[in-house]
Design a binder for this molecule. Sequence first.
Ligand code: AFD
Ligand code: MN
Ligand code: MN
Length: 400
Amino acid sequence: MSDQFTDEVTALLDDFHIETPSWGYADTGTRFGKFFQDAAAIDINDKLTDAGEVHRVTGCCPAVAVHVLWDFDENTDPSQVSELARQCGVRIGSINPNVFQDLEYKLGSFGNPDEAVRNQALEHCVHSIQLGQQLQSREVTLWFADGTNYPGQDNIRERKKRFEHCLQMCHRELSEDQILLVEYKPFEPAFYQTDIADWGMAYLYAKKAGPQARVLVDTGHHYVAQNIEQIVAWLLDEEMLGGFHFNDRRYADDDLTLGSIDPYQIFRIFTEIHRYAFDHGGQYPDIAYMVDQSHNLKAKTEAMIQTAMVAQELYVKAALVDYAALSGHQQAGRIVDAERTLQDAFATDVRPGIAQWREQRGLHRDPLQAHRESGYTQTAASDRRKRRQEMGLTQAASYA
Ligand code: AFD
Ligand code: MN
Ligand code: MN
């Protein structure tokens, strides 16, 4: 093994699994338009195949998050999806209900003033929880587009009470193995007030929902000045950090590649997790590391491989911090030494060590190169182009 890594760091890398999202393999766009890709996944079979390819070359992405309305229709047999995932070398990870795109949800889902709409949303979330039980999935990830666009549109306290009730109803449906992850986002698509706008709201909702609810931190869902690692430290200390959705943002929730704008912030987030383990006798918190991206311009599987590689690098850099020395510097008020303990680790090029870790596990040293040499994207593009033509699916623009 590379002399860069102790056995402990190698073991940490072995245990660092990153879930990829099914929606990250399909075409997507902005409200200003979509740029289609021939190699983009058409259906859940393609998504699992793509996820299997990402795991094949990276060795660290064994699970796939699914989005219920985008991946399952009324005829989909969950056991067949499980089996297909297994054949692709992956398994189904978190379940993502969708209570934001149906027209009934115009004024919200759990926050809607109309009880019938709230019940419709609740019914879908309970169905998603039951789907998770059929798929032996642990996490049910709840993100809501709910909010209001204008001052006075609705009673903010009433909306809070509606959410508290519906989240408690969801929690009651969980099996003992499931956890409910409550995700927050400051704005979008609501532009005046979002019902779960920050970590405090998500924390309170999770606490009131029940003992199997936690907070999900989407790294893109923060105002530019926010100190995300402080939020992570608080949630860790309260044993309420359920997991992450990895991406990055320049101005707001831009869903950019993890670490593409501020890798040092992601590194600092990871140092809070490693420091937690250092302070707890090496016991790491049980949290879900999940990607949440669906890039418009980058090739889908390449973008996912890139994210997984960046996540590994930043996680390992943070593992290299000398937490005993850091603790001593902090205790003694040696500010520059404490800061340099972090900076030295962040400045370490861990890519050779990770490349060797891959080689030791029968993987190519560079997953992106392995993926490109396999011709996977070209094959997927020609196959899926043909299938789209047969299905009569037209595309405004397409490029691999
Ligand atoms: C959007 C939302 C949120 C959610 C994701 C998947 O902002 O991050 O987790 O879609 O549903 O990115
Ligand atoms: Mn998210
Ligand atoms: Mn998001």
